[in-house]
Design a protein around this ligand. Structure first.
Ligand code: MV4
Length: 454
């Protein structure tokens, strides 16, 4: 087992990783920017290293500084959390070259899954249902037009280096498609320095359902069921839950088998997430695989009783899973609400000093947060203030616990999305499980059909 882990992240996930290390008896190194000197992850770590100015590009994203901090403190592994360097294959390679264990899958797997067109090809070859579309990246415009005519409009053009909704364009006809390809390519080149795009049939009003998988370094793989992540705005999730109300036991079995077949085909190790679109007709399609621990991992932890971050560390240290699929059990229902420092209506970020931070506890309650009274939400980083998670025997119980928590939660000094979350959790459509990726557009436009952004 590792003796010392460097945590290459900040905020709630840095604390989450700290607690896992403590339970495993591993000492910890926090890294931080000049903006995070007083942050809790710095206060609670055994050692800390300031690695640069506030801007992420000069601190949390600066590979040389992160590696230097690990070498100076003699850390034997790095946990990247999510965001920042978590899905940077080059960083994972540098770790390997420096004999520091990167807690995650191999650089090759990160690179393959980061290339979304390649990931599609690999999963398709493994027999996983993928959205009808191009095999690999799009060739020329003529080929694209012919393909779109064959699969039928609408279609969606996606950046191969994108993911998570970045660099996508919907096309509802031939003229549309020509300009969609051009814009998508330009945007992709600008954002990712790779202009490659691929084409898929556009699935109308799908749900976003993702499966958690875990793999050890001996080829054993298990799945931990699904998370329903349809409630999102501009590809930022607001509310997640497990299980999904749209997934029956037989559908779960089929989707899980697909997720595992894909993971097996890439030789997946450590924790990963296989994303699917679930269409209103019940068909499901692989879209992407994420090679990191995800923000919403707690809902899976609550229903399975597993500690995913401890599992990541154990698996990275070369330990076997130690259990089989049949040993995985699910209990009850869990819901997560992400509280962001944003105006609840305009979504304009609201950084600043928190004056009051109050949240109640009670049965089935978990709060993952690095926020506190007199703490600061910095304008330099993402605006997540807290993840509020409830568990119950049923969805109804988890939901009523969430409603009480949000009703009593007080955060002052900054604006937060708590008012919107209260609205969602009391909404009849949400309560009935009538949700899709367009749910929030509909809620915000007062029930009218969704305005689709891309
Ligand atoms: C799609 C899709 C429909 N059809 N792909 C968004 C997040 C990223 N992981 C993939 N996403 C989507 N991919 C096909 N073939 C719908 C979404 C999607 C979406 C698309 C446009 C505007 C808003 C959206 C919200 C959620 C999901």
């Amino acid at each position: 087992m590792f003796k010392k882990i460097l945590i290459a992240n900040r905020g709630e996930i840095a604390l989450r990783i700290l607690w896992a290390c403590r339970e495993l008896g591993i000492s910890t190194v926090a890294i931080h920017s000049e903006a995070d000197t007083d942050a809790l992850h710095v206060r609670y770590a055994d050692e800390d290293v300031c690695i640069g100015p506030p801007r992420s590009s000069e601190s949390y994203l600066n590979i040389s500084s992160v590696i230097a901090a690990a070498e100076i403190t003699d850390a034997d592994a790095i946990h990247p959390g999510y965001g920042f360097l978590a899905e940077n294959a080059h960083f994972a390679e540098v770790c390997e070259a420096c004999k520091i264990k990167f807690i995650g899958p191999s650089p090759a797997v990160i690179r393959q899954m980061g290339d979304k067109a390649k990931a599609r090809e690999i999963f398709e070859t493994a027999g996983v249902p993928t959205v009808p579309g191009s095999r690999g990246v799009l060739g020329n415009e003529v080929e694209a037009v012919a393909l779109a005519r064959k699969i039928g409009y609408p279609v969606i053009v996606k950046a191969s280096a994108g993911g998570g909704g970045r660099g996508m364009r919907i096309a509802r006809g031939e003229e549309d498609l020509r300009s969609a390809i051009q814009t998508a390519k330009n945007e992709a080149k600008k954002a990712f320095d790779v202009a490659d795009v691929y084409l898929e049939k556009y699935i109308e009003d799908p749900r976003h359902v993702e499966f958690q998988v875990l793999g050890d370094e001996r080829g054993n793989l298990v799945h931990l069921g699904e998370r329903e992540c349809s409630i999102q705005r501009r590809h930022q999730k607001l509310v997640e839950e497990s299980p999904s109300t749209a997934v029956s036991p037989t559908l779960r079995k089929r989707m899980a088998e697909a997720a595992l077949a894909g993971a097996r085909a890439v030789g997946y190790q450590n924790a990963g997430t296989v994303e699917f679109l679930l269409a209103p007709d019940g068909k499901f399609y692989f879209i992407e695989m994420n090679t990191r621990i995800q923000v919403e991992h707690p809902v899976t932890e609550m229903v399975t009783g597993l500690d995913l971050v401890k599992e990541q560390i154990r698996l990275a240290a070369g330990e076997p899973l130690g259990y089989t699929q049949e040993d995985i059990r699910w209990f009850g229902h869990a819901i997560e609400c992400r509280v962001n420092a944003e105006d609840s209506e305009s979504f304009i970020p609201s950084p600043g000093r928190i004056t009051t931070f109050n949240i109640s506890g009670g049965p089935g309650v978990r709060v993952d947060s690095a926020a506190h009274a007199d703490g600061v939400i910095s304008p330099y980083y993402d605006s997540l203030v807290a993840k509020v998670i409830t568990h119950g025997n049923s969805r109804l119980e988890a939901g009523s616990r969430m409603r009480r928590l949000l009703d009593l939660m007080v955060v002052e000094g900054i604006k937060t999305t708590i008012p919107l979350l209260r609205r969602i959790i009391a909404d009849p459509d949400f309560l009935q499980g009538r949700i899709s990726t367009h749910y929030l557009d509909r809620l915000l436009s007062g029930g009218k059909p969704a305005a689709v952004h891309s």
